[in-house]
Design a protein around this ligand. Sequence first.
Ligand SMILES: Cc1cc2nc3c(=O)[nH]c(=O)nc-3n(C[C@H](O)[C@H](O)[C@H](O)COP(=O)(O)O)c2cc1C
Length: 445
Amino acid sequence: MPRHIHLGFDMTMTHLNGRWRTPGPWAANDYPHIGMFEDLARTAERGGLDMVFFGDGSGIPSTWESSHDEGARWGLMWPRQDMTPYIGALARVTQHVGFGITYASTFMPPFYVARLLNSLDHITNGRIAFNVVASTRRADAANYGFEELMNHNDRYELMEEFIHVCKRLWDSIEPDGFLWDRATGVVCDPKKVHRLDHKGKFFKVAGPLSAVPSPQRHPVLINAGGSERGISAAASFADLVFVDAVSRAERVKYREGLSAAMTEHGRDPSEIGILLYSSVVVGETSEEAKAKKERILTLIPDEAIGPLLSHTAGYDFSKLPDTFCPAEINAEIVASQASPVGVISRLAAELGPTGKISRRDFFERARRQVTGYQRTVAGTPAEVADFMEEEFVAMGECGGYMLGSAYSAQRDLLDVVDFLVPELRRRGRFRTKYEGRTLRENLAS
Ligand SMILES: Cc1cc2nc3c(=O)[nH]c(=O)nc-3n(C[C@H](O)[C@H](O)[C@H](O)COP(=O)(O)O)c2cc1C
């Protein structure tokens, strides 16, 4: 029997970077009305998707010209509600679909996050996944008291300690510890409650957790580190990773790197599934789908490209000369402790240590990346399913796809659920019903 592909739908971008303007029915509910998210979560569950996902970033883009004007003017990665309470509401209108939520370990206390996730796991009956990020953005760091980004390696060392503490907190009460014995009045067997007394490089946490063990005990752990250090951290604790790779060669290299790092951590490579970050545009004909894909390039105006890219790369591209050397800019980005992987590092690798590119060509390329055009696959349901099956096999048939909103969130999700999912089912590649009770169980099938 062919192995199943797992599917998530990323709701982070439903309204961001121009998508709020695209045609699509929202039942008269605009962002951040809960009704819009309810529609999407119900649709995702109707299609049998594993989870809906919310990324996070708390800063307003302000790297470009050291100003937040363009970020605010064009709604670039901003505004973003805290989606935690939304998940509480969405759990009440669905029964099976999982929810991925993002917190930055660099800014949050592990005790707070472990307790919050425990409560969310109860509210959703075991459907929570935690995407732990280090955050590469100065605008986020500035909201949490940092004048500079913490050293890139330290961010991941801190993340590993953060997850270690969270896991110990989730295990600090044995599942059969709570008795609630009406006859004797005993609530919990104290022998089944364990302190941590953790004193590490970054955190001091006494424990135990002040919460009842949750259905999954540990939420499903996701990480999207793209650098060597990030991949090593993911290899040590993650259940799932996101990879944003643009070619087959990059994907295969990523899987090989991850598997090698897992072996070093004493884990079996099959323990981590890879969700390829991708978007799909499905049409009745190839031509229809491809024409729609071209519209993605018009999502944001020319003036917004540089500010958006500056925010995500951590470099003020407003000061670029007419022609420049990407390898030199990449070295500056790395030295500033932002991520060493991204659009500039790809370009530097392509052009070599002294290769140059014009500012105009660079922004044209950047448009393909920041709008999501580059990672979008367009075609008939059969064509898109062909791509998905082939890449899934190339990456070792473990995991699947995190599908981002290509153009218009509601319509994109309907296309996935009503056209792509039936095609994947006909091929035996996607579930016909939810197999398990919890998200972890559904992901394991
Ligand atoms: C699909 C995907 C989703 C991501 N979501 C977030 C997010 O919500 N918040 C965030 O700060 N970073 C997010 N990232 C960035 C990664 O956590 C990571 O910082 C980035 O891939 C660079 O890798 P590095 O940190 O190892 O240098 C995401 C990356 C990918 C590929």
